[in-house]
Every structure is written in C-alpha cells, then in structure tokens.
Design a protein around this ligand. Sequence first.
Ligand code: SF4
Length: 396
Amino acid sequence: MIVNTCGFLDSARAESLEAIGEALNENGRVIVTGCLGTERQLVEDAHPAVLAITGPQQYEAVVGAVHRHLPPVARPFEDLVPTPTRLTPRHYAYLKISEGCSNRCSFCIIPHLRGALTSRPAAGVVAEAERLVADGVKELLVISQDTSAYGRDIKYAASTLRGREIRAHFQDLTSELAKLGVWVRLHYVYPYPHVDQVIELMADGGILPYLDIPFQHASPTILKAMRRPDNEVKTLDRIRAWRRACPDLAIRSSFIVGFPGETEGDFEMLLDWIEAAGIDRVGCFKYEPVAGAASNALPGQVPEPLKQERHDRLMAHAQALSAERLAAKRGRQIEVLVDQVDGDGTAVARSQWDAPEIDGQVFVPGAIGAAPGDLMTVTVTGSDDYDLMAVPGGAA
Ligand code: SF4
C-alpha cells in the first residue's frame, strides 16, 4: 500500500500518521510518500515497520520502492506498453498544471514544502488532457496551488504541440481545454483581473461555470495579517460583475476562522461578506499554528472554544445559504454526470456546480440504463441543504 501524506496542519499530520498505522494493520507492506515524508524521523519513530519513506513529487522513488519490495512479474508482450495509473474513477481526472507557490501567506508552509511556483509547459498539459479524454475522461479538474498564476514563473513561454504554439497562460490554457468537449472545472483560482476573460468562456459553455477560490477571510485586518490581497470591496464588485456575465456561476471557497487577532467584528464581517458574495459552497477550517509559519508569532491567538464556536456559526450560516441557493434550482432542466448507480436504480450524479468529493450530489431515482460516466439531462424536483433531487429527462 502507498500512503500519500499531508504535512501541513498538525491535524493533517496526525491524520497521515493514523492512515499509515491503518494501512500497516490492514496490509503490513506500506510505502509512505507526500509532504510528511520530508519528516522521515517522525514517520520512522511512529511506524518503524514502513518499507520506504519518500517525499513530495518523488514519483521515481515511489516506483523504485515498489519494484524493490514487489518486483514486477515479467510479461514480455505487455511490458512495452505504458500503463498510466489513475486513482480516480475512469470518468474524471485531476490535471495538475503547476507545482509549488510563490505567495507567502503567513499561515502556510506549502511554499516551504513544495517550493516556488513551477509551471508545466502548456503543450504537455494539453497533451495530457487529450490523452485523458481519449481514455474516456468526461471531466477534467484543473488543480495547482495557484491556478490563475499559471505560467508566471516561465514568463508565459509558449511550447509547441503538433506544430502549434500554446502560451503557458491561464487564459490560453483554459481556451485550449475548452475545445476538448468535456467538462473542465477550475480549482484554486485567485480573483485576479485576468479571470474575467475566463468567465466569458464559462458563459459560452466552454468550461464549467464553477470557480474554487480560497478567499480565507473577508476582513481587511485579517487578510493583511494573512498576507493576502485585502480589498474585499473590490473583490465583491468583481464577483458581482462575474455573476452578471455568467448568472449560473457557482463559487466554492474555504475560510479560516480564529486567525490570530480575529475579533467578533472581523468574524461578523466575514459572515456578511459570504452572504453578499453569494458563496455557493463553503469549507471552513479552524486556524491551527503550523511549525514554521509566520503567523505563529502574531499576537491575539484565539482560544480553541471560540474558534469552534465561530466554525459552527459559519457552517450553519453557509448551510442556510446553500439550502436557499439550491431551492432556487427546483424546476430547472440541467445536465448531470453520473458517478455511480445504486442497486435500486438511483443514479448518484453531479451537476456543473458540484466538484467530486467536496460538493453536493444530484440523486436521480429511476435512471434506467444509466452508467458511471454518462451525461444525463434531468429535471430538478427537490433540494435539501447540499444536494438536489431530480427525475430523468426534461419534464418533472
Ligand atoms: S495558502 Fe495557498 S496561496 Fe497562500 S502560500 Fe499557501 S499555497 Fe500559496
């Protein structure tokens, strides 16, 4: 078993160590990789029985460890055929366009763990996307640490794909991906001005009207302490302009509550801002000091019970907003992508507003003949806090 770990928050590190323990109990032959792998001693002390420990992006080291502990069986006729491995279902795939980050948010050690922004040449990204689509992928999820900064480190250099030059720029890349005829979903976007052009692509149906923007907070004082862009009014204006250009746009965001110095006023400003911005999907984290993060030295650490209280208040607020926004979709005819079909014939699907694993689902009973990866037209008949209910076809 290969356990891919996170080494960021203390809670994530604890969870990673727990997962390694679980894997050892289940199977006994475990290779550790990912960010926690940079802390070899910690892993070895907790789990001396692991077979190998590798760090982030050390793909060759992982494969080397696998081959050392599980030598491949020789298959002379098949060994020359490359067999790409994906951990996602056949019908969707993550497309990583860059690694690392050149921002310096005070609570984050990702630039330290993963290095500065390193963008892949656009030709390689588009070629990979084409291969995935040819392999049956119906939805591409574009990921990175800072998607809208794509190409900045390589001065947006063009690369050549079948004689055609493609610039390593967020806008050019999304235009290329829009031509592939599959769902394209953007994660980890910053609200920079050049995102405006991508909204036009969304309005034209080229890519999904969905943006995952980790805003983290809305109070200028806290944003400044986080060392993030702090003009929440301008951001609100930008979101409103996006919604005018693309009324179906769904925005997912994550927020940190209990950041050092956060007052009740800052927190209430955040609640109001989430409502004013109409954030459709919300994730919330309680601030945790991370070894090596600049924010550890900030005054005004918020007590744990207060962090929990703010977390619960924010999630209740977001839940009510989500329920309201989903109720407005009742009666609409929408396209959904089927993830699975239950034994009773109910398709568990997702709309354009739902990323896998993190957002809601669309339940479609009586989806006769549906299979994972199918795109279906359905009519929304009901909704709850996070999910939609629908019937197949264009009439309720
Ligand atoms: S929070 Fe995101 S944008 Fe900020 S430094 Fe970390 S990875 Fe970069």
